[in-house]
Design a protein around this ligand. Structure first.
Ligand code: PLP
Length: 443
């Protein structure tokens, strides 16, 4: 670890929780230099929805490189970009009857958010943006202004303006509809909230602790936006690309955001890639106004095209995600029922779920114990109090069960001091046995 300690900046974060040197990965497996195998429930913080080095995309990538295909292309037209645009249109936008123009931004999520906020402000001629408590949108200054987390905000060094925070769903308790509050302040000329250009929202707050908004709340939010002539931006960087069981996380709610940001699993291979989708009339950019050297990662175009062709030509993959997600939900519910102290709860939807331990210390003990048993799993939330199950969507049923067994054993050990024997039957209830059988049957 010497060189990392001596040369690498203190800013490193995940490496602190998993102090190994990793050098190989395949599917849901990670391997360290000593040859130890881990199941990966971090999955690049939502970037590896299709697993590490997915062989289907690797083949396409190797072939492309072998043929001296363009690697870096600024925003030049290339064959790889054309094929990506055509595929995205044919397989994603057209079947959903969606009409969006695609902007290629710098290849990080935060840059896509910057571009989305800029175009919204430019189009509406207003500065203010509404974002939500516990929202996370990136660490560059514009996106950070819309991010809630004080740890990240504290590092900005400048004041961050142009954003008004509103309570996300359930922030003020289950009985208070926070979209009604938003409607009220936007209706009241003395509320002190400047008329915004846009509302920026995650349908499931990933870094904020797996807070999943209901379809009703999202629909109400869209209604409030429409009523007050405000654009709706869905930041689908973590929740999108299939994590919730549909390509876009907002499909279940049936809403039509004006702008959508995508990144993380968009390339399918962990290659940096980010885009902004916007309604055609919003595309008021002048040439090069939001520029960036790395807007043409052609290797990412190749793997993104392969990912869409393979997984999104029909709805079979989405159904698989829902099936596995249901199983994860049942297992987490069972853990809470068996070992919970009355405060522990489960959260999320699709394969975007978490165990809310309320205490960050407890969540940390659980993830550390899980890591000792071969599972790489992280926390999120204001106090890092939510254990986040973010495995590749392509994980095998056996490994999904194995990983959740490790989580259960870790909770049992940390909360009850119990060592769970290896042959322990984790599936006591018949309902869960059924879920397991259906997993086994479909494997
Ligand atoms: N938006 C959301 C919803 C995210 O979860 C993240 C990263 O976790 C970002 C934006 C920022 O993306 P990046 O880290 O690639 O800048």
């Amino acid at each position: 670890m010497k060189v990392f300690d001596e040369i690498e900046s203190e800013v490193m974060s995940y490496a602190r929780a998993f102090p190994r040197v990793f050098n190989k990965a395949q599917g849901e497996y990670l391997y360290d230099e000593e040859g130890n195998q881990y199941l990966d429930f971090l999955a690049g913080a939502g970037t590896l929805n299709y697993g590490h080095n997915n062989p289907l995309f690797k083949e396409a990538l190797l072939e492309y490189i072998q043929q001296d295909g363009i690697t870096h292309g600024l925003d030049l037209h290339t064959k790889a970009k054309r094929e990506f645009l055509e595929t995205f249109y044919e397989k994603i936008l057209k079947p959903r009857d969606m009409s969006y123009v695609m902007q290629f931004t710098g290849p990080t999520g935060t840059n896509a958010v910057e571009a989305a906020l800029k175009i919204a402000r430019k189009y509406k001629g207003r500065e203010n943006i509404i974002s939500f408590t516990n929202g996370f949108h990136g660490c560059s200054l514009g996106a950070l202004a819309a991010t809630g987390n004080s740890h990240h905000r504290g590092a900005s060094g400048v004041s961050m303006s142009g954003v008004t925070r509103m309570p996300y769903e359930n922030y003020l308790g289950d009985d208070i509809d926070t979209t009604a509050y938003l409607d009220k302040v936007l209706s009241d000329s003395s509320s002190g909230v400047d008329h915004p250009a846009a509302v920026l929202v995650e349908t499931v707050q990933g870094e904020g602790g797996i807070n999943a908004a209901s379809v009703e709340w999202l629909r109400n939010l869209q209604d409030v936006c429409r009523k007050h002539d405000v654009l709706l931006i869905v930041d689908d960087i973590q929740a999108g690309c299939g994590r919730t069981g549909s390509y876009f996380s907002f499909e279940e709610a049936g809403i039509e955001p004006d702008i959508v940001t995508l990144s993380k699993s968009l390339s399918g291979y962990g290659l940096p890639f980010a885009v902004v989708l916007m309604k055609p009339e919003l595309d008021q950019w002048k040439p090069g106004e939001h520029n960036g050297t790395f807007r043409g990662n052609n290797l990412a175009f190749v793997t993104a095209t392969a990912a869409i062709n393979h997984y999104w030509s029909d709805d079979a993959f989405g159904k698989e995600v829902l099936r596995k997600g249901e199983y994860i939900g049942q297992r987490l519910d069972r853990i809470v029922e068996k070992y919970g102290d009355g405060n522990m709860t489960t959260r999320g939807r699709g394969m975007f779920r978490g165990l809310n331990c309320v205490s960050g210390e407890l969540a940390d003990k659980i993830t550390s114990e899980a890591f000792r048993n071969g599972l790489v799993i992280e926390t999120s939330g204001a106090d890092d109090h939510v254990v986040k199950t973010l495995c590749p969507l392509t994980i095998s049923d056996d490994n999904l069960k194995k990983a959740l067994d490790i989580v259960e054993a870790a909770v049992a050990k940390v909360l009850k001091g119990e060592d769970v024997p290896e042959e322990h039957d984790f599936f006591a209830s018949s309902e869960e046995e059924l879920a397991v059988k259906s997993l086994a049957g479909a494997a």
